[in-house]
Ligand binder design. Structure first.
Ligand code: NDP
Length: 473
C-alpha cells in the first residue's frame, strides 16, 4: 500500500482540473486516525463547470446506441478491474475495512454492478409498442449523483453505471470521508476512453458541493444515497423545481425466523449481516425477530458469535471487523448502546476483548430485553449492533418487522421456502432474502417508506434515469 495519496484536482470535461485557489481536504485513516493524503475541496464554481461539461456532452452520449453504451460500460469495468489491487488498498486505507472484505466484497460488488449494467443495457426495452402507441424510454438528461462513504465504490458504480446505461451524462459528488475511490473511478473513465464531459467528479463537502449540485438548474435528475435527514432536504429542493429525485436512504431491516426455521443458520447469517463492514451497511438486518420460546437461546448464540468476531487491524487477514469510519460515527454508535442499557436493555458480549488503542473501533453488540418500539429497535445505528426481539405468533412477527419508519431490506427463515416466501410478501420492504438467498446484481434495490424512492441496479435502475414518451401512431 502506498499509504499516501496527494490529490488536489477535480475531473471535469475529460480532464483533471485544479482550481487556482482550491482548498484541500485531509483524508484520515480510521484505523489510526492519521492523515493519509489529500483530496480537492471544491465549490459552486466547479459544480457549474462540471454541469456545463455534462450538458455539452449529453446530445452525443444520449444519441449512442445501447450496444455502444454497453461497450463503453464494459471498458469502464475492465479499466476499474485492472486497478483491483489499488482499489483494495485505498478502500482499506480510507474506510478501514478488513483487507479480505475489501477484496471479497467491496471491489467485486462494484465490478459486478458494471458487469450487470453492461449486460442489462443490451436487452433493456428502450422502445415498446402498446396498442397504437410507440412508447420510448429516453435518457432523462444530466444526472447529479451524491454518494456516501459506506461502500464507496459500489455506491458510485450503482449510480454512474445506471445513468450512463440510460444515456445520461453524470456529475458525481463522492463523500468527503472516502474520496479516493472516486479518483480511481475517474482514472478508469479516462482509460476506458469515455468521451469528455460524459462523466465528471467534483470533490467537496455535501453542504457546499452536494447542495450546489442538487440545486443546479442544469441537473435533470438527482440521485442521492445517504441519511434520511439529508435525503429529505435534497427531495425538498428537487420538489421546488419538480426535478426527478431518486433516494436511497437508511434502514432498520428485520430478519424473521419462523417457528420451523434453522435458528442456528438464521442467527449466524443475521449476526454477519448486522456486523460486516463494521455494521455500516444500509441494508443490514439489524433486528432478529424470533419465537419467544427460542429467544433466550438465540440471544446466547448471537452473543457467542459476536464475541468470536476479531476486531482490529484491517491489514491483518484474520480480522473480521475494522474500525468504524470516523470518531463521530463511533460516538453515535456508543451513544445508542449506552441509552439502550440505561433503559434496561441487556448487551452481550459484555465488554470482552481488547481494542486497539487508536482508531475508531467499536465492539459488536447483541442487544436484548428491549421493546420493539425502543430507540435501539427503531433507529438506524449504523454500527455493529444487533437487536434480538421476541414474537408470539406470525402476525406479531410481521407487525414488529413492519413497525419502523424504514423499509429497505429483510430476511425470512423457514424449513418451508414457500411459507417463507408467503411471509416475505407481508413485509413492507424493497428486498427480502429467503433462507439467505443470494445477491442478484440485476434485481432492483431500494426502499419502501422512509428508506427512499426509486430503485437502483439492473433494468429498474436504468429505467429510473429515463423519461417516458408515448407516440400515438
Ligand atoms: P449524509 O446523508 O450526511 O451524507 C451522504 C452524502 O450526502 C455525502 O456525500 C454527503 O457529503 C452528502 N451531503 C451531505 N449534506 C448534503 C446536502 N445538504 N446536500 C447534498 N448532499 C449532501 O450521511 P453521513 O455520511 O453523514 O452518514 C450519517 C448517517 O446516514 C449514517 O449514520 C447512516 O445512518 C446514514 N447513511 C446511510 C447510508 C445508506 O446507504 N443508506 C449510507 C451512509 C450513511 P459529505 O459526506 O461530503 O458531507
Amino acid at each position: 500500500m502506498s499509504g499516501s495519496w496527494k490529490r488536489s484536482e477535480h475531473f471535469i470535461d475529460g480532464d483533471w482540473y485544479t482550481p487556482a485557489a482550491g482548498e484541500l481536504l485531509a483524508i484520515e485513516n480510521p484505523a489510526t486516525g492519521e492523515s493519509i493524503g489529500t483530496a480537492a475541496r471544491g465549490g459552486r464554481e466547479e459544480v457549474d463547470l462540471a454541469v456545463e461539461a455534462a450538458t455539452r456532452a449529453w446530445p452525443g452520449w444520449s444519441a449512442t446506441s445501447p450496444a455502444q453504451r454497453a461497450e463503453a460500460l464494459g471498458a469502464l469495468r475492465d479499466a476499474l478491474g485492472a486497478r483491483s489491487k489499488e482499489l483494495v488498498d485505498l478502500t482499506v486505507a480510507e474506510l478501514g475495512v478488513p483487507v479480505t472484505f475489501a477484496e471479497n466484497v467491496h471491489v467485486p460488488l462494484a465490478l459486478g454492478d458494471l458487469d450487470a449494467f453492461t449486460r442489462d443495457v443490451r436487452d433493456f426495452p428502450f422502445e415498446e409498442r402498446i396498442g397504437n402507441s410507440l412508447v420510448l424510454k429516453e435518457s432523462a438528461g444530466v444526472a447529479g449523483c451524491v454518494t456516501p462513504w459506506n461502500y464507496p465504490l459500489h455506491q458510485m458504480a450503482a449510480k454512474v453505471g445506471a445513468a450512463l446505461a440510460a444515456g445520461c451524462t453524470v456529475v458525481l459528488k463522492p463523500a468527503e470521508l472516502t474520496p479516493l475511490a472516486a479518483y480511481a473511478l475517474a482514472e478508469a473513465a479516462c482509460d476506458a476512453g469515455l468521451p469528455p464531459g460524459v462523466f465528471n467528479v467534483v470533490f467537496g463537502s455535501g453542504r457546499v458541493v452536494g447542495d450546489a449540485l442538487t440545486r443546479s438548474p442544469g441537473v435533470d435528475v438527482v440521485s442521492f444515497t445517504g441519511s434520511t435527514a439529508v435525503g429529505t432536504s435534497v427531495a425538498e429542493v428537487a420538489a421546488g423545481d419538480v426535478r426527478r429525485c431518486l433516494l436511497e436512504l437508511g434502514g432498520k431491516s428485520a430478519s424473521v425466523a419462523l417457528p420451523d426455521a434453522d435458528f442456528e443458520a438464521a442467527t449466524r447469517w443475521t449476526v454477519r449481516s448486522a456486523t460486516v463492514n463494521s455494521g455500516q451497511t444500509c441494508s443490514a438486518c439489524t433486528r432478529l425477530i424470533v419465537p419467544r420460546s427460542n429467544h433466550a437461546d438465540v440471544v446466547a448464540y448471537a452473543g457467542e458469535l459476536a464475541a468470536g468476531l476479531r476486531v482490529g487491524d484491517p491489514l491483518d487477514a484474520t480480522t473480521d471487523l475494522g474500525p468504524v469510519v470516523s470518531a463521530r460515527q463511533r460516538e453515535t454508535i456508543l451513544g445508542f448502546v449506552e441509552r439502550a442499557v440505561a433503559n434496561g436493555a441487556r448487551v452481550e458480549p459484555a465488554g470482552t476483548g481488547d481494542l486497539p488503542d487508536r482508531g475508531h473501533y467499536v465492539r459488536p453488540a447483541v442487544v436484548s430485553g428491549t421493546h420493539p418500539f425502543s430507540e435501539i429497535a427503531q433507529e438506524e445505528v449504523f454500527g455493529p449492533v444487533l437487536v434480538v426481539l421476541a414474537y408470539d405468533d406470525e402476525d406479531e412477527a410481521a407487525a414488529i418487522a413492519n413497525s419502523t419508519r424504514y423499509g429497505l431490506s429483510g430476511a425470512v427463515w423457514s424449513a418451508d421456502a414457500g411459507r417463507a416466501t408467503t411471509f416475505a410478501r407481508r413485509l413492507r420492504t424493497g428486498q427480502v432474502d429467503v433462507n439467505g438467498g443470494q445477491w442478484n446484481f440485476s434485481a432492483p434495490f431500494g426502499g419502501y417508506k422512509q428508506s427512499g424512492t426509486g430503485r437502483e441496479l439492473g433494468p429498474h435502475g436504468i429505467a429510473d434515469f429515463c423519461e417516458i414518451k408515448s407516440i400515438q401512431l
